[in-house]
Design a binder for this molecule. Sequence first.
Ligand code: PMP
Length: 400
Amino acid sequence: VFGNVVRAPEDPILGVTVAYNKDPSPVKLNLGVGAYRTEEGKPLVLNVVRKAEHLLVNDRSRIKEYLPIVGLADFNKLSAKLILGSDSPAIQGNRVTTVQCLSGTGSLRVGAEFLAKHYYQRTIYIPNPTWGNHTKIFTLGGLTVKTYRYYDPVTRGLNIQGLLEDLNSAPSGSIVLLHACAHNPTGVDPTFDQWGQIRQLIRSKNLLPFFDSAYQGFASGNLDKDAESVRMFVSDGGECFIAQSYAKNMGLYGERVGALSIVCRNADVASRVESQLKLVIRPMYSSPPIHGASIVATILKDRNLYNEWTLELKAMADRIITMRKQLFDALSARGTPGNWTHIIKQIGMFTFTGLNTKQVAFMTKEFHIYMTSDGRISMAGLSSRTVPHLADAIHAAVTT
Ligand code: PMP
């Protein structure tokens, strides 16, 4: 009966790894995956995560009962504090409802389904470009997706004018997706002042901000700094949505641990909103998994473990920043034509190189370097050993 099913294309991001795995070359390099790698090219489980798991395993009082629909209470409280700040008036006023979801993706999806059901505006504006999954998540979640200008290919920076114009002409009430920090795929973030302009416009037009926070702490190495944009929007007393992921900043990718917070006007609204979130979640997956959230809660509630986490997080962020410098220096040393300062200016896991589809295909064919066709490379997939190979490939791609 399924004879007519048409083969679906590979996911454009995950498909890069599929192609990489098939390549027998010993010099092959995968810069497609959005996951941290050590200097040795290996995935990393944080020490602090191992410690937390050890504590959990040895705690005989722990059971495997279902979590409530909204997840682990401690985890939810601590996650809201992490993104909004421990002294957040919104938390103190009980205006925030937080539900544990399946990592960033699941948090975005639950948020989308709630909005499609309970909000009068169904249109969400997402940046152009953005993480490839956003369009699908929001469309399948029941929203209509439109884009706003974000990236300027000429300056390889933010098109703030275009962004403000597009949001200004969005119908009142429209939802606006914002990357809290380390914009994926461009690595281009608004400055603090530009965030101020964006906030003013969003509030004056009654737009609804929906933050995607997948890289808190991973961009600058500082958890508070990377939450500045979100906190700016919450401190004005207005509403907002926040999807948090612990995939990158705690390296919990496969544990699928994240949270959706909705900042409401008052405590009464927040509690009604939460009651409706349960109706979204219950028929979707009933309740979230327990293990990852327990790891996060264990780390966030213990001062020593928390401090240890921040050090490990900073080390990951610093290694990525070092890779940016090394790649920039290697291109400068080769005299590679073009301006490559964006490699050191861009923020977070990715560099949007500016290489075109043809150049990317050339680098894959001739140098066995794998990346998404938009020229995005994961800096976390690089090491001091592999930087020269990448620099050779970029040099060849732009000079042949
Ligand atoms: N948003 C952005 C911008 C991302 O880059 C990612 C991860 N690639 C996510 C959300 C969600 O990831 P996850 O579902 O693994 O938390």
